[in-house]
Design a protein around this ligand. Structure first.
Ligand SMILES: [Zn+2]
Length: 170
């Protein structure tokens, strides 16, 4: 009950921080040397149902040469968000998605919207502070689509993962 109530919150809470931290951990599983993205998907009741990170499709070898070739990689890679949605199927409806590593790209945003995800927590695209970054520039398109489609987007500053720890003195 408490978890499902937290799904409607517009700001991040303790559980959001925990799942975002988990998404960060999962991002390390990616073999992509340039971009490591992790995602955690909860169902509408707040139960975790899928984990994902960016990588080639199952059975396609993640070899370094392919990963180094940016153009080839972009054609072949499955994004973290896409992997969670493929795992969860219709259970993604009215759920929440945590994405660590990069702002959400428009190709993932359209799938998140179509899958019926209600709440998305991720890194806010900031093209001003990241000039020349295609991901930050196009991330703005994702946010505009989320807003229009009625998906709640909660920006999470990756720094919260550190600052909270310091406060506790652990
Ligand atoms: Zn994407």
């Amino acid at each position: 009950m408490r978890l499902s109530m937290s799904m409607k919150k517009k700001t991040a809470d303790k559980w959001d921080r925990r799942y975002f931290l988990l998404a960060k951990r999962i991002s390390f599983w990616s073999k992509d040397p340039k971009a490591k993205v992790g995602a955690v998907l909860l169902d509408k009741k707040g139960w975790p149902i899928a984990l994902g990170y960016n990588g080639f499709p199952a059975g396609v070898e993640d070899n370094v040469e392919k990963l180094k070739d940016g153009k080839l990689k972009n054609e072949m890679i499955v994004h973290a968000e896409q992997n969670t949605l493929l795992c969860s199927g219709s259970r993604a409806r009215r759920g929440a998605l945590y994405v660590y590593g990069k702002p959400i790209c428009p190709r993932c945003a359209v799938l998140i919207i179509q899958a019926g995800v209600a709440r998305v927590l991720g890194i806010k695209p900031d093209p001003e502070r990241n000039p020349g970054s295609h991901t930050h520039r196009t991330g703005k398109i994702s946010l505009a689509m989320f807003e229009e489609a009625g998906v709640d987007f909660v920006p999470i500053d990756p720094k919260i993962l550190k600052s909270r720890k310091r406060k506790r003195g652990t």
